[in-house]
Ligand binder design. Structure first.
Ligand SMILES: N[C@@H](CCC(=O)N[C@@H](CS)C(=O)NCC(=O)O)C(=O)O
Length: 199
């Protein structure tokens, strides 16, 4: 059975919880107190971070690496495109989001950071750029829900919590976010601390 070491408010752990519930297989989630990090976390992940996935002798970290493994191990429903070209494009998009958006998470979470304003503004701008794309389709890669939607959803859930206010022109993004939030697996994957992040 897979065991996921997960932070109760961690957006990266949230991604992996979301995929585990989408797949509907047997797994265990172990909450990790990041303010009092158990020693075994650094033994499993040299960077000392969650999420971490364990399956027998396999130890994985990095949310996107974990999620691709789960997707390949339990291919139904498949979340990465099956065509190699589309899959490579999806990986590039995941990489772009890490570089341009998720690299700002620490600054968004630390309201006292001198980079907090700049982080909120750059995340807002990047999401606004996605708005015309999502206005034309149901999900980020078209009509089917995919790993790209999984990767973005924890950030979209936290927009109010982080104080990122999108302009009216970004309405399609908010509509799209509601579509993702309405998936049963999304709700099941939320921790009690995440449920209260959004009214
Ligand atoms: N790139 C990593 C980021 C993971 C990450 O930043 N985790 C944070 C919690 S949200 C963490 O474990 N922080 C504890 C620490 O760095 O000591 C991923 O995608 O999994």
């Amino acid at each position: 059975m897979m065991i996921l070491f997960s932070g109760t408010t961690c957006p990266f752990s949230h991604r992996c919880r979301f995929v585990l519930y989408e797949k509907g297989m047997d797994f265990e989630i172990r909450d990790v107190d990041l303010f009092n990090k158990p020693e075994n976390i650094s033994l499993m992940n040299p960077y000392g971070q969650v999420p971490i996935l364990i399956e027998r002798e396999l130890v994985l970290y990095e949310s996107n690496v974990i999620n691709e493994y789960i997707d390949e191990r339990f291919p139904h429903p498949q979340l990465m495109p099956s065509d190699p070209v589309q899959r490579a494009r999806a990986r590039l998009l995941l990489f772009n989001f890490e570089r341009e958006v998720f690299s700002q998470i620490d600054n968004l979470e630390n309201k006292d950071s001198e980079n907090n304003d700049q982080a909120r503004s750059s995340v807002k701008d990047r999401l606004c750029q996605l708005s015309p794309i999502i206005a034309k389709s149901k999900f980020m890669l078209g009509e089917d829900f995919s790993m790209i939607d999984v990767a973005l959803a924890p950030l979209l859930w936290r927009l109010d919590f982080y104080g990122v206010i999108l302009p009216k022109a970004a309405a399609p993004i908010l509509k799209y976010a509601e579509r993702v939030f309405s998936r049963p697996a999304f709700f099941e994957a939320l921790t009690p601390s995440e449920k209260v992040m959004r009214k």
